[in-house]
Design a protein around this ligand. Structure first.
Ligand code: ATP
Ligand code: MG
Ligand code: FE
Length: 332
């Protein structure tokens, strides 16, 4: 069985071919145009998807060495994401499925981030908890089966990826700043500066307070020393990263305690963060967890994870009708 999957929810145009659970190709075109604007510009994202989608799909089929007429289904991201971006992938997938007379499969992008864990061994066993941390979401998901997931905690305001990116912007680092904070943090002292972690009830998160705290912290220090950021960049980045990672781990520990689940996974773009990966492995060793961390290329947006989710749906006979439309705020 060969599944072609298309991902176009935000600023990555991606296509992948999965053959019976094995990734044959996973092509990702990242849109660099947004860097000069300091964030994703929706209109430009849609146009770039429109330009990239045909060459990216072609390349995925060529790399996989699978001709179109040997495809069993076409999958696409229905949501959540930017409407104009989602429309490009959805329309393309619908047309292709119709033309080839094969089934169409819709996929929830956030479920796909979780199911990225089933692309390669070691795979978590059910039930497990997944901390899904990305540019638009911060969730603790209880996963009872491939298509049986419940969000048991989530952010009430900004996503943690947004907190990374906005902090980076305050430090005048280019967009997306998350990976740069990670890079500079490696040479800094995580305990050099302290930021308030705030406190949310239950398993929910809030990241808007820390963003404001960092803004005032920088303003006050720059007033005293105009070169403060240039002189202390590694320490500032390490301290911000440490704070954000501790906020995530505090809730993850609480979730593990409350559910009694010790199979713990992370997913989404921010799971590429080295500070988070290291801290999770340490915490896991202390708490007796089985920890699952995906390979870097399956953390950020990619179509291989969409294909993986689609394969589970295919096995359950969950197909989508041609009159489907994207859902920018799709939940599960
Ligand atoms: P969503 O999945 O919620 O729709 P998205 O698709 O934009 O949002 P992803 O591509 O999964 O999100 O992740 C992008 C985010 O991950 C950005 O905020 C980026 O800064 C962050 N990120 C990527 N690598 C790192 C890293 N090494 N350290 C910190 N943040 C990172
Ligand atoms: Mg992205
Ligand atoms: Fe994503």
């Amino acid at each position: 069985m060969n599944i072609l999957a298309i991902e176009s929810s935000c600023d990555e145009t991606s296509a992948a071919v999965l053959a019976n659970g094995h990734v044959l190709s996973n092509v990702i075109a990242t849109q660099l145009i947004h860097e000069q604007y300091g964030g994703v510009v929706p209109e430009l994202a849609s146009r770039a998807h429109q330009q990239h989608i045909l060459p990216v799909v072609d390349r995925a089929l060529t790399d996989a060495n699978v001709p179109k007429n040997e495809l069993s289904a076409v999958a696409f991201t229905r949501g959540p994401g930017l409407l104009g971006s989602l429309l490009v992938g959805a329309s393309f997938a619908k047309a292709l499925a119709l033309g080839l007379r094969i089934p169409l499969i819709e996929v929830n992008h956030m479920q796909a981030h979780v199911l990225a864990h089933f692309i390669e061994a070691p795979k978590p066993s059910f039930p497990f908890l997944c901390l899904t941390v990305s540019g638009g979401h911060t969730q603790i998901v209880r996963v009872d089966g491939p298509l049986d997931m419940t969000v048991i905690g989530q952010t009430q305001d900004d996503a943690v990826g947004e907190a990374f990116d906005k902090s980076a912007k305050l430090l005048s680092l280019p967009y997306p700043g998350g990976p740069l904070i990670d890079k500079y943090a490696k040479e800094g002292n995580p305990l050099a500066f302290r930021f308030p972690m705030g406190d949310m009830p239950n398993l929910d998160f809030s990241f808007s307070g820390i963003k404001t705290a960092i803004m005032y912290f920088l303003r006050d220090n720059i007033r005293v020393n105009p070169d403060f950021v240039a002189e202390r960049l590694p320490d500032i980045c390490a301290s911000i990263q440490h704070t954000l990672v501790q906020m995530l781990l505090t809730k993850l520990k609480r979730a593990a305690r409350e559910t009694g689940i010790r199979e713990i996974a992370i997913a989404g773009g921010v799971s590429a963060n080295n500070g988070l990966r290291t801290a999770l492995m340490q915490t896991g060793a202390e708490q007796g967890w089985n920890v699952f961390i995906p390979r870097f290329e399956y953390c950020t947006d990619n179509a291989a994870m969409i294909a993986m989710a689609a394969q589970f749906k295919y096995e359950h006979g969950e197909f989508t009708a041609q009159d489907v439309s994207p859902l920018p705020r799709m939940s599960f």
